[in-house]
Design a protein around this ligand. Structure first.
Ligand SMILES: [Zn+2]
Length: 293
């Protein structure tokens, strides 16, 4: 269909109670898998890069592949930068044709988070680019546990979003979407997370903008469904895609006596493994064929 803004995709998802999948896709093969999965399921999709995917002139290669995929796709596609640390990188991405950025100042103080987000929002809005911010802080599950994230204790460094802060934050920062911390964590869970749905409900009741769940990989399906039912309009999936890709590629290479063979051939099975993960997430999030629901 077309390249669309992040804001446009999420407003539609919020009003119709499904979540748009955001897939972190590091290379052209992953970009292609995300587009194909979304087309097969007739779902909107968000393609995301993080800073290491874009070093040097990789930003041009990445944006070229993502834009080409979006423009020729039969479904709406947004292209975004995930977890930007600086306004400079956001500007470079806007100039390369991204339609959304997430500025992550969630580790800063409340006032600093507002100031940094507002600066980026002003810079991006005049370029027609949407801005996601994070209030509270979604920690790292790799070294801690989902349980630790739930309590917001040390080890995961998660800080839950305070519902009372939401309206002030959104109005002053002018963000278009808000990532909330309600019990998920980034990376791989060592124990399953338990989301604070009551908190999410309080946030959704007051939030002027659609809500985003980071750390979607490994979150139990019933909790994902509950989160969507209570206002989550975008869910980020990274770790499960990377695992499907790398694990399958490793198995493929282990079974190959001569490693001097075509990379495109080696990547066939990993591609299918990613496609399977992405299609199952789309169905879980309810973003497939939303116009018929
Ligand atoms: Zn994240």
């Amino acid at each position: 269909m077309s390249l669309v803004s992040l804001k446009e995709l999420l407003q539609e998802a919020r009003s119709r109670r499904y979540a748009v999948p955001m897939f972190d896709v590091s290379n052209a093969t992953m970009i292609r898998a995300a587009i194909e999965a979304a087309e097969l399921e007739n779902s909107p999709v968000i393609l995301a890069a993080i800073e290491p995917d874009l070093v040097g002139n990789m930003i041009d290669y990445w944006a070229g592949a993502a834009r080409m995929g979006a423009i020729s796709a039969g479904i709406p596609v947004a292209i975004m930068l995930d977890h930007a640390a600086t306004a400079e990188l956001c500007i470079r991405c806007a100039e390369a044709g991204f339609t959304g950025v997430m500025i992550d100042a969630s580790a800063e103080s409340f006032e600093q988070n507002i100031a940094i987000t507002r600066q980026v929002a002003d810079l991006m809005h005049r370029r027609g680019v949407s801005v996601e911010a994070e209030l509270g802080h979604v920690g790292d599950g790799q070294s801690g546990s989902g349980e630790g994230a739930l309590t917001g204790q040390a080890g995961t460094h998660s800080v839950f979003t305070e519902p009372a802060d939401v309206v002030t934050f959104v109005e002053r920062s002018r963000c278009d979407a808000l990532a909330v911390s309600i019990g998920t964590a980034h990376g791989v869970y060592t124990t399953a997370p338990r989301l604070d749905i009551a908190r999410l409900q309080q946030i959704e009741e007051v939030s002027p903008v659609p809500l985003v769940l980071h750390g979607g990989s490994g979150t139990p399906e019933d909790q994902i469904r509950a989160a969507i039912a209570h206002g989550i309009a975008k869910i980020n999936i990274c770790s499960e895609i990377m695992y499907a890709w790398h694990h399958t590629l490793l198995e493929e290479l282990r079974q190959t006596p001569n490693l001097s063979y075509w990379d495109a051939t080696a990547c066939l099975a990993p591609y299918q493994a990613m496609l399977k993960v992405m299609r199952s997430k789309i169905r879980l999030f309810g973003s497939n064929r939303p116009e018929t629901e």
